[in-house]
Design a protein. Structure first.
Length: 120
């Protein structure tokens, strides 16, 4: 990992986020926790993260499709552009935690998936 920054899209109410935070701390990784529900990444940043995750063609893979707003907005058959717009407008739709190191990212579910990025 060397001197690359570690960023986590983080929700303190989420147990998986807290587990990811603790796993990083246990390994001495200083991570920037972005409380994405309050400090929502812009649409362009969400698109960039989808690219890092390898899901830009199917952003649904980084979405919480069980959220009520997903159904309310009728996103089941939406195209990728509409999905990106929805995540920017309703950040609760973004799956968590997303751990980003350099030009790589994972959805840390389970939290141990982040070990691929930080060394394990």
């Amino acid at each position: 990992m060397a001197d690359e920054t570690c960023t986590v899209l983080y929700n303190p109410r989420c147990s998986k986020c807290r587990q990811a935070r603790d796993l990083l701390a246990d390994r001495g990784v200083d991570a920037e926790l972005v409380h994405y529900l309050d400090d929502t990444p812009g649409r362009d940043e969400i698109v960039r993260i989808a690219g890092l995750l390898g899901v830009a063609d199917d952003p649904r893979q980084m979405m919480r499709t069980g959220e009520a707003v997903y159904r309310e907005l009728g996103l089941k058959d939406a195209d990728p552009e509409a999905l990106f717009d929805a995540m920017a407008a309703h950040p609760i739709l973004i799956e968590r935690p997303v751990v980003i190191v350099g030009d790589r990212a994972v959805i840390a579910r389970p939290p141990e998936r982040l070990l691929d990025l930080v060394g394990g």
